[in-house]
Write a protein that binds this ligand. Structure first.
Ligand SMILES: [Zn+2]
Ligand SMILES: [Zn+2]
Length: 346
């Protein structure tokens, strides 16, 4: 459906135009816009988007739960695309290559965090679909140095796109849980958990999946993907956990997860936003339990995870929508109706 009342500067559809689903105001539906296909800057690539997965962070952006640095903005940071044109200084990719574009779109390479190898914590980052236009579009511009080669040539783009945030952030969270975390709890069984379950199982860990109470269908889904146990987030697991990762943006789950981990156990918050964490008694943290968060990703995380996924290809459950139905995909994610990952196809 075309936007009924084009904004000034919006042009008629043609060979030199692209389509984008644009957020113009928070808590408003994205609007389809036709734009002139942009020319890449010196270090950039222009990609024709093949698929872009929908992340909970996109929902936080659209719902105004994160401060928005740029409006209007095209969301989407789990992009699989084909290089159409490379800028004069863009290296590493050729026209026709299939590449991935993740959330981390640019770092300063000069702050103390960048210099220490923690580029995920950069003081002046630019995130895809947040500071710069993302992949809810037919075309996107991305900095070549932050694009990822995609070795999984067998899988189609819709089944690769969810790896680029659900997979990458899930992988960083899994590493943050610790290599020794054999009995691993996952709270919130969406796109990230469905991939982490498979990666953790491939590493020989036992996964305990916690869903919304009474959500039997998602609990069955978790067991199908290799979870040793699945139950409601109001339940305690049958054994004490070594670590737990929270993917659901629900602060109430923090004390619940602390209650489920053993002495010395770790609870990792994997999301960018969470509702208020309620007060809880110190004894839940006592005995050297720890609580931490995971922020963004590094390019090393991306390379490591994509190599792991190449060696242990996950079953990616993708629920696809035409680009123009981005609002429906967001609505379905908001109500928890999607099993696996939502993916937009332009
Ligand atoms: Zn994301
Ligand atoms: Zn930096």
């Amino acid at each position: 459906m075309q936007h009924p009342d084009p904004m000034p500067g919006v042009i008629a559809r043609g060979a030199s135009t692209m389509r984008a689903m644009v957020l113009k105001a928070v808590r408003a539906p994205l609007e389809l816009e036709l734009r002139t296909i942009p020319t890449p800057g010196p270090g950039d690539l222009r990609l024709r988007v093949l698929a872009c997965a929908v992340c909970r962070t996109d929902l936080h952006i659209v719902d105004g739960e994160l401060p928005l640095p740029t409006l209007p903005i095209v969301p989407g940071h789990e992009i699989v695309g084909v290089v159409e044109e490379a800028g004069s200084d863009a290296t590493g990719f050729a026209v026709g290559d299939r590449v991935g574009v993740p959330w981390l779109g640019h770092t300063c390479n000069a702050c103390e965090f960048c210099l220490a190898g923690h580029e995920n914590l950069c003081d002046a980052p630019r995130f895809t679909g947040y500071h710069r236009d993302g992949g809810f579009a037919s075309h996107v511009i991305a900095e070549a140095a932050f694009c990822l080669p995609l070795p999984m040539l067998d899988a189609d783009a819709a089944h690769v796109a969810p790896l680029l945030c659900a997979g990458l952030i899930g992988w960083r969270s899994l590493n943050a849980a610790g290599a020794g975390a054999q009995r691993l709890g996952l709270y919130g069984f969406g796109a990230a958990a469905h991939l982490v379950t498979q990666a953790a199982a491939a590493q020989g860990r036992q996964v305990f999946a916690f869903t919304r109470p009474g959500d039997r269908a998602t609990q069955d889904f978790a067991r199908c993907l290799g979870a040793a146990w699945a139950g409601g987030s109001d339940e305690l697991p049958p054994v004490a956990l070594d670590a737990a990762i929270l993917f659901a943006p629900v602060g109430d789950l923090v004390p619940a997860a602390l209650r489920a981990v053993r002495k010395g156990g770790r609870v990792v918050c994997g999301g960018i936003h969470m509702s208020e964490i309620p007060a809880f008694p110190y004894r839940l943290l006592w005995e050297e339990r720890s609580l931490s968060s995971v922020a963004n990703l590094t390019r090393t995380d991306a390379r490591d995870f994509l190599a792991f996924a190449q060696a242990h290809p996950p079953q990616v459950h993708a629920v696809t929508y035409p680009l123009e139905q981005a609002n429906q995909a967001l609505a379905d994610l908001r109500t928890g109706r999607i099993q696996g990952a939502a993916v937009l196809l332009p």
